[in-house]
Write a protein that binds this ligand. Sequence first.
Ligand SMILES: [Zn+2]
Length: 184
Amino acid sequence: MTLPRGFKANAEREAVRLRNEMGLPPNAPISIHVLAEHLGIAVVSGEQLGALEALEELERMQAYAFSAATFHVKGKNYVVTNPLRTAGRLASDVAHEVAHLLLRHELTEIREVGGIPFRTCMPEQEEQATAMGGTLLLPRPLLMTAVSRGMNPSQIADAYGVTNEMARFRYNTTGVVKQLSRRG
Ligand SMILES: [Zn+2]
């Protein structure tokens, strides 16, 4: 599957625009929780909803089945997160949901797994939300700064509270390393 033409550039612009709105420079690290709050999105742990037991059961049945889900209740968006996740995974999960909301993806379907309903979108929208979520957490200007300081993906993951997987993905797909080595 491929992203629509111009999607990546738009995501980069959006990541910088949101930082600007929050009074942050383009290369600033961002707490996804602070960004969610800025956008009026409430992030709630499944634990707070008394769903922990159900989530543990779900995790046993189908590992990683539930990452996070967005609910629209009385005019407000709630992202419900899985308390069993590591901090880095949580950041990716919340960023993915925030991206769905920013991209105004329609909730197409509510699936229920282990008694917990959660939204799913069309596969191409899932790919877009993941790509945009990664861009929000690690936009190009931030990566340029990190890579010019000699940081590798695992150091980037540690420094910015994201998963190694995400740091590596952004490191490898943004062309930042090539761009910096061209500068000499
Ligand atoms: Zn999704």
